[in-house]
Design a protein around this ligand. Structure first.
Ligand code: SF4
Length: 478
């Protein structure tokens, strides 16, 4: 049920630096009361209302400023099920208002120096400096509106960010990793997810690397999956490299701020880790124990934007030059079974514009839905800009099938597949058979330009069997 009046997620932020004048103090109070009542404003000091159909993006508990994480809906936010997803509301209202295209612009992370301060004061001061109150604009409304647009752009896009809605292709086609090279050669690639251990021993990672090496092109090391602390994804990626397996390092917005992100990825690149998958991360509430910080410092789109600029422009986020830019192949995730296909396509459009080169999808069980998703991307001419690797997860039991169908956001298991699992005399064998049939059809599907991403969910020993039975060993013969 949608509420009539917006509800704040948190108390408004207080300024970190003291307001410098009485006027500023008055504006802060005024804005907090008016915008608080009308828009549930959190006083982020970097207002985006103009771009977000007049719904405050800070109503998202994660503080995402570039779109939804993919786990929410108009009924439920993934962090607080008692409220709608703020970004689903924004897309819905923007569609009503004919302002959807505004959502493609890549927005900056918060400048915490501005947080708690007002925006109106800055707006009026800048408008005054630019002469927007001058009588000459009385007769030229078009010119005035253009100037006002520019004014809002300059306020929301500081010099250190300068986000836009354009596509930014990589500066070089030269592959920086085996995964990128294989994709560029047009191979049907297999990647697989490897969960890091819950210990300071790397034995299990080494064992998995040894058993999967002949069968996959790269292994994804997840970053604290289900918001549960595990051995670092960077350490495990290095272990994979030492055991001759190419890693895909996962970095989540949940577990990184802007400084730790940049230093981690630079370190990863110098160690030889080149594939980086950028994600928002599961909600902190999914993990055990007390919940960590909200809102996040960054979102997945901002991570991609920062890393692409480090690689292609050779600069840190703060503008300092990098002596040696990192070599990176940038990826992100997609959700083919998202409830709103239009919103999902726009979400991926923004990520690809920001710099994403490959997409690994959430688990796919319904190929009709997956084809619709590919078509939605194709209409936006995105399939030629990023490689698509479809997520495949063999189900181990009837319970696992029902768990996926009922509890995992963004996964749709059709009833005929659930029935097959329920009626099978050996559900494990049936789960493998279903996965093989899906791979078989995906191999023929135009638009699946990358291959498959296997998510065995703790059943990594099934990966060699799947690869062999699916006839995907031949790609290693040369
Ligand atoms: S974007 Fe920031 S300033 Fe604007 S309404 Fe939301 S919290 Fe307030």
């Amino acid at each position: 049920m949608m509420r009539k009046w917006p509800r704040r997620v948190r108390a408004p932020f207080l300024p970190v630096r003291r307001p410098t004048s009485l006027a500023e103090r008055a504006f802060i109070t005024f804005e907090r009361v008016i915008k608080g009542g009308l828009f549930a404003c959190s006083m982020c000091g970097n207002c985006l209302l103009q771009e977000t159909a007049f719904i405050c993006p800070l109503r998202c508990p994660k503080g995402l400023r570039n779109g939804p994480c993919g786990s929410g809906s108009l009924e439920h936010c993934c962090v607080d099920p008692d409220r709608p997803c703020a970004w689903c509301l924004i897309y819905w209202r923007a569609e009503q208002m004919g302002r959807l295209d505004r959502l493609l612009e890549v927005q900056a992370p918060l400048d915490w120096n501005q947080v708690g301060h007002d925006t109106w004061h800055q707006l009026i001061r800048l408008a005054w400096q630019r002469g927007l109150f001058a009588p000459r604009y009385l007769s030229d409304r078009e010119a005035w509106l253009q100037q006002v647009e520019q004014l809002f752009y300059d306020l929301r896009q500081p010099d250190w960010w300068q986000g836009d809605d354009a596509y930014h292709p990589p500066h070089s086609d030269q592959p920086v990793s085996r995964l990128q090279a294989a994709l560029q050669r047009g191979e049907f690639v297999v990647t697989a997810e490897i969960a890091p251990p819950l210990s300071a021993s790397g034995e299990s990672v080494q064992r998995t690397a040894d058993s999967l090496r002949p069968f996959i092109t790269a292994g994804n090391i997840t970053d604290n999956p289900m918001a549960t602390a595990r051995t670092s994804s960077l350490a495990c990626s290095l272990l994979l490299l030492q055991h001759s397996m190419e890693p895909v390092l996962q970095v989540t917005a949940r577990d990184h701020n802007r400084l730790s992100l940049q230093s981690k990825v630079l370190g990863a690149s110098l160690l030889g880790v080149r594939n980086v998958l950028c994600l928002t991360g599961d909600p902190p509430m999914d993990g055990p124990g007390a919940v960590g910080a909200l809102p996040f410092d960054l979102d997945a789109v901002q991570i991609v934007w920062i890393l692409r600029k480090m690689r292609d422009q050779g600069i840190f986020l703060d503008g300092r030059p990098l002596k040696e830019p990192p070599q990176l192949f940038l990826g992100a995730t997609g959700t083919p079974s998202a409830p709103d296909l239009g919103m999902e396509a726009r979400r991926l459009h923004k990520k690809i514009n920001a710099g994403v080169q490959f997409i690994q999808t959430q688990l796919v069980y319904d190929l009709d839905v997956f084809e619709d998703w590919l078509e939605a991307l194709d209409k936006r001419d995105l399939l030629s800009k990023a490689y698509i690797l479809a997520g495949i997860g063999p189900m181990r039991s009837v319970r696992a099938a029902h768990y996926l169908a009922e509890n995992v956001p963004g996964v749709r298991v059709p009833t005929d597949i659930l029935k097959r699992m329920e009626q099978a005399s050996d559900p494990r064998e049936e789960g493998v058979q279903i996965a093989l049939e899906l791979i078989e059809r995906l191999k023929e599907m135009p638009g699946v330009s990358g291959g498959v991403h296997l998510m065995a969910m703790g059943w990594e020993s099934v990966v060699p069997l799947l690869v062999k039975e699916a006839g995907l060993m031949s790609r290693f013969s040369d």
